[in-house]
Design a protein around this ligand. Structure first.
Ligand SMILES: [Zn+2]
Ligand SMILES: [Zn+2]
Length: 381
């Protein structure tokens, strides 16, 4: 039965004492499936969800190996690209961040937190830079509310997390893509600004973000969309998503690729170049590729690597260089709307390269690390 009172709505049938979850206790060791406490109910503004699916991101692999430059309060539940069904609604949490009503059983995505009362949240209006930000999969499972990670049967949505209801026609696998990969792409396009139909776009990287970006660039009306990356299968998938041209990095030099792109763009180079590779050296290549007066946007660089480049290139070419980090609730909503609207002609589901149970999480992570997967999915229920 569902019990409603002034304080909270909880489906008492489904809230257990513990949630099975994949936990990182020590970096570099396999994850262990542990029983983590489920809070007895959500605090005001919070939600408790039954996780339905959680896809694996490159960041998960880096965190498990201890290769992230960010603070991780071990032990943590790994996973941050999750979608869940609401099982408990805290007081005042009856609507999502765009005003849609939320009920028990609705599927949602939710964001890392933003406090709403710091300089970054209010004046700069860039909540992903919030100085009080709390992020999923970085917090200790021994402190309430315990369930702040995706590879877990149950999840806890913090009061200060944005949350968006998933449209009915977006399946769990695609919704989970929208939580990290796709929202980062949507945030990147927001930072980039509008694309004119006369403009050529080049995308560095044929991973999930690069492939999703090729779809958005095409729908936004870019004249051509070129994806530079590897391997062949991913470039082929990029074409199905909307890339008009692809350039492999296997067996080709940067100069050869740059020459081919100039042929495609009346000798000028792409008007817009977007970077989703994670390789520091791609930055140098990107600012070399973009046409004079064009826009270069980098998204993939989150590691500690460095590169050398000639700053005068930026000056002499008069280009705009932009960065884009993560994405706030607007980007999650935009990603879901895009998937809902264009799911009939863009094969989002094909990006999910493998499906695993929670108990198979170590296998999935190892395959991801060996680049044998584009986007593996842990299916919870
Ligand atoms: Zn991610
Ligand atoms: Zn803030």
């Amino acid at each position: 039965m569902t019990k409603t009172n002034k304080k909270q709505t909880v489906d008492l049938r489904v809230l257990p004492e513990f949630s099975r979850a994949a936990v990182v206790r020590r970096f570099g060791e396999p994850l262990k499936i542990e029983c983590v406490p489920v809070p007895s109910g959500p605090e005001p503004g919070a939600l408790i969800v039954r996780t339905t699916a959680c896809s694996i991101c490159g960041t998960d692999v880096h965190l498990a190996r201890g290769n992230l430059a960010l603070k991780v309060d071990l032990p943590v539940i790994l996973g941050h690209e999750m979608v869940g069904k609401i099982v408990a609604i805290g007081a005042g949490a009856e609507r999502d961040s765009v005003g849609q009503p939320l009920s028990i059983g609705d599927r949602i995505l939710w964001t890392h937190t933003a406090c709403g009362s710091c300089y970054w949240c209010t004046v700069a209006r860039q909540p992903t830079l919030c100085e009080n930000r709390r992020a999923y999969m970085y917090e200790n499972i021994e402190k309430p509310p315990y369930l702040l990670g995706g590879f877990s049967e149950y999840g806890y949505v913090l009061p200060q997390s944005g949350r968006v209801r998933v449209p009915d026609n977006v399946e769990d696998a695609v919704a989970s893509l929208c939580s990290c990969a796709f929202r980062s792409v949507m945030n990147a396009f927001d930072n980039l600004g509008p694309i004119d139909p006369s403009e050529h776009v080049a995308i560095q990287g044929a991973g999930p973000l690069g492939i999703l970006a090729s779809a958005v660039a095409r729908v936004e009306g870019a004249r051509t969309v070129s994806v530079i990356g590897a391997p062949h299968a991913r470039l082929e998938l990029a074409k199905e998503f909307g890339a008009t041209h692809t350039f492999t990095i296997e067996g080709t030099t940067h100069d050869e690729r740059a020459a081919a792109l100039r042929v495609l763009t009346s000798g000028r180079g792409p008007d817009i170049v977007m970077e989703f590779t994670g390789f520091p050296g791609a930055f140098n290549e990107g600012i070399d590729l973009v046409r004079k007066g064009g826009r270069y946007l980098t998204v993939g660089q989150l590691g500690t690597g460095t590169t050398t480049f000639s700053p005068s290139t930026i000056v002499k070419k008069n280009i705009r260089v932009l960065g884009s980090f993560s994405g706030d609730v607007k980007s999650y909503w935009k990603a879901l709307q895009f998937a809902s609207t264009h799911g009939d002609h863009i094969p989002f589901g094909r990006m999910i390269s493998g499906r695993y149970t929670l108990d198979e999480v170590n296998t999935a992570l190892a395959r991801m690390q060996r680049l044998e997967e584009i986007k593996p999915l842990i299916v919870m229920s």
